[in-house]
Design a protein around this ligand. Structure first.
Ligand code: NAI
Ligand code: MG
Length: 500
């Protein structure tokens, strides 16, 4: 990798704040309170998914950067510059951080659009989510409290909630600014944090690191180390890191759990899904079709909770399939900044190739391609909406996470069969249920072995609501109070009480 590659200028009119990030010679790490390039001088290319142009370089982290980040995070934790800061003061700093992100809403949206291909209109909502999450967690430092258990009178015991220490947060590319929510929970608990963003999307993570310093988060408390999987691996292996919070693929999650065991790392994993959408014949079929479509077309299917298996009762299956094919065919595929785009590009050439390969796999398995992807034009990583009908649940396209705009329609005959198919997959992240029968909705929510069930809606989220999976979708929860808990441990403090 070199720093001398020709870089393209992007054909968009972006804000000065966004340009200030990606027009740097190298989008750097944020370590020990300063922006740094790599000791090795190495960098990696950053591509715009809408054009395929290399428009920026990210600093390629290595062992020197991981070592420096862990050292500075540990130093900050030990001297207590953040951990022991008065709770109300921590809250003010975190609220200030949220304000700075809000002031940079446009820039964050633009950075995620050129980095991950996130639609222009949607980028701002991700920034809003980040702001809301930081504000939510900012409220916690003054509310953390322990317990005094009843023990014999010659003793006093306090159970104190303390931060776990140095936390590594390893994140994917499909909602880059949203990672602020995990960072905020870890910081609110008093930890030092090292964020390793996905190598496809270094930009908004860089700005998150810079703004944290500006908000008054002390040096070393929030570090960002850019780079590929090896950097994540080095954090996982490092004995100076106490906990890893990972969001991404199942394969990488398992590798992290295994490697982390060597240092007994606390690990929480938010992995992928193959989430079913169950459409019962009593549902409002127009609403169900719209819901099933947005569940898979949203962010071009690159969402952990993408509704990638649509289970439809046989009595309405054909009608439902015709409707989604006709409506999906009208979706406008295009660049993240193009007016009217409804389905944006995939994040990378590699992701596009992966999705294309699954379309071939589905056909080879005998599923019917009811809506073929339109040929992708230009240099962007475009893949049109694709619908398979006649899918059997044992096909790979029904079992494996594709992470692209591919809808698989499966028929079912009875309610029991619907639940059996829904649960017959290695994942257990989420499910959607469309029915107007109240008791059926409750039966479904009990029968589905997943972390989240949405009824007559899909993919709503709120910072106060925990999010995560069962089975191969991982363990631990992000968001809400549970995320905070994951960054704390309980210390039992015993005191002997002598007689007067
Ligand atoms: P990935 O899980 O390999 O990457 C996610 C993060 O983990 C990145 O920051 C990456 O640099 C880091 N990483 C990679 N290898 C690592 C290792 N050995 N130790 C520590 N950190 C490591 O996902 P990738 O390769 O970007 O995408 C492949 C597929 O994974 C996608 O097509 C999709 O199916 C799935 N995926 C699912 C996500 C979800 O939220 N459910 C998010 C991203 C990917
Ligand atoms: Mg990978």
């Amino acid at each position: 990798m070199s720093t001398t590659a020709e870089r393209a200028s992007l054909p968009y009119d972006l804000s000065a704040a966004a340009r200030a990030v990606y027009e740097q010679p190298v989008v750097g790490h944020v370590i020990d309170g300063e922006v740094r390039e790599s000791a090795s001088g190495e960098s990696f290319p950053v591509y715009d998914p809408s054009t395929g142009l290399e428009f920026a370089r990210g600093a390629q982290g290595g062992s020197a950067e991981v070592e420096a980040a862990v050292l500075s995070a540990r130093r900050a934790f030990v001297d207590g510059r953040w951990r022991l800061m008065p709770p109300a003061q921590k809250e003010r700093v975190l609220h200030r951080y949220a304000e700075l992100i809000a002031e940079n809403r446009t820039a964050f949206g633009e950075l995620d659009s050129i980095d991950a291909g996130i639609l222009k209109g949607f980028g701002g909502f991700i920034a809003d989510f980040a702001v809301g999450a930081i504000d939510y967690y900012a409220g916690w430092p003054t509310k953390l409290k322990g317990v005094v258990p009843a023990v014999p009178a010659d003793l006093s015991v306090a159970l104190v909630r303390e931060p776990v220490g140095v936390v590594g947060i390893i994140t994917p590319w499909n909602g880059p600014t949203a990672v602020a929510a995990f960072v905020a929970a870890a910081l609110a608990a008093g930890n030092s944090v090292i964020l390793k963003p996905a190598e496809q999307t270094p930009l908004s993570a860089h700005l998150l690191g810079v703004l944290a310093l500006r908000a008054g988060v002390p040096a070393g408390v929030f570090n960002v180390v850019q780079g590929a999987g090896e950097v994540g691996g080095a954090l996982v292996a490092h004995p100076g890191v106490d906990k890893i919070s990972f969001t991404g693929s199942v394969a990488t999650g398992k590798a992290i759990a295994e490697a982390g065991a060597k240092t007994l790392k606390r690990v929480s994993l938010e992995l992928g899904g193959k989430s079913p959408i169950l459409v019962f014949p009593d549902a409002d079929l127009d609403l169900a079709a719209a819901g099933a479509m947005s569940a898979i077309w949203n962010n071009s299917g690159q969402v952990c909770t993408a509704g990638s298996r649509t289970l439809v009762h046989r009595s309405v299956y054909d009608r439902f399939a015709e409707k989604v094919v006709a409506e999906s065919a009208k979706l406008q595929v295009g660049g993240a900044f193009e007016e009217g785009t409804e389905l944006g590009p995939l994040v990378s050439a590699a992701q596009l190739a992966r999705v294309q390969s699954y379309v071939e796999i589905g056909q080879a398995e005998g599923a019917e391609l009811a809506l073929s992807p339109t040929a992708s034009g230009g240099g962007g990583y475009f893949h049109g909406p694709t619908v398979f009908t006649g899918v059997r649940n044992d096909m790979r396209i029904a079992q494996e996470e594709i992470f692209g705009p591919v809808m698989a329609l499966l028929p079912f005959d009875t309610e029991e069969e619907a639940y059996a198919i829904a649960n017959d997959v290695e994942f257990g992240l989420s499910a959607g249920v469309w029915t107007n029968d109240l008791s059926r909705a409750h039966r479904a929510s009990r029968a589905l072995h997943v972390g989240t069930v949405w009824i007559n809606t899909y993919q709503n989220n709120d910072v106060s609501v925990p999010y995560g999976g069962v089975k191969q979708s991982g363990y631990g929860r992000t968001l809400g109070e549970e995320s905070l808990e994951a960054f704390l441990h309980t210390k039992s403090v015993w005191t002997k009480v002598f007689d007067a």
